[in-house]
Design a protein around this ligand. Sequence first.
Ligand code: AVI
Length: 328
Amino acid sequence: LLVKSPTTATTAPPTPSPTLAEHVREGLRKTFKTLSSMYFYDDEGSRLFQEIMALPEYYPTRTEYGLLLEHAAAICDALRPATGEPFYLLELGAGDGLKTKILLRHLLDTGAHFTYVPVDISTAALDGLSATLQAELPGLAVEPVVADYADALTLMASRPGRKAVLFLGSNIGNFLPNERQAFLRRLRQPLTSDDRLLIGFDLQKDPRRIRAAYDDTQGITAEFNLNLLRRLNRELAADFDLASWQHYTDYDPLTGAVRSFLVSTKAQTVHLAAISETVEFAAWEMIHTENSYKFTRSLIDALAADAGFTMQGFFTDAQDFFSDVILM
Ligand code: AVI
């Protein structure tokens, strides 16, 4: 079992982790204020995201689940070596493993020899996943790696055998275009022409359907967004009054981006004691908190080519809502 010690630790205020403090200070000093969506996922945020994935409006998760079920055989054939030799199935971002289990089960049922390597920066996420997998798929070999994605890939590159890398969900959509490009190029570096990469991309569709997925009627996505302010109150000793903030989201078909904001409903001053910052907000001023890009086939082709990948397979659901793409 290969388990590195966790790289992040949550500490009580007023000793914030330097990255959160630095990012928040920088983001709230900008002319158009920003906070990074990577800070959504504290315990409460991760719980809310689980709720989002089950919402009627949030189609990506259940669509990808259905498409993996439908195309499991073809996807697994593309991921495993044709010769039947052992390989590594790496997954970037552990999640709850619900979608991954479709592929794991299919591979086990068809006699594949492989080790599943879930990669995450959260030890807790990996521990939870490993425990479920051990109970549900006792025959599975699991080697969790607590690391940054690129580091994990570099680490595994020294092992012999194919590396089939999964990046499911539409996590790629949360990067800005230049970050996305850099991320894919970096992933490509440690991989060889024998390796494979499976990435999930949410596709452009009826703009109203996309918008609704990020502004559900039960207000769970709003809670998820507002939870970021709760986190700053707790971890940076801030005094955001949640009653004067609202969730706002919009889809821009020109760029394919859903953008989410936190809106200050009145002029107000916020103090962040742990980083000695005082921030003024005008009435209806916004903090940009998230981008969720939606793609087209031609955008995906261009992105793959730019990073030095060849498209080996393009799988979608019957409605063309979502795609899982195999790159090599
Ligand atoms: C994690 N990520 C792919 C989600 C998305 O769809 O961009 C996060 C999310 N934000 C609001 N709803 C879901």
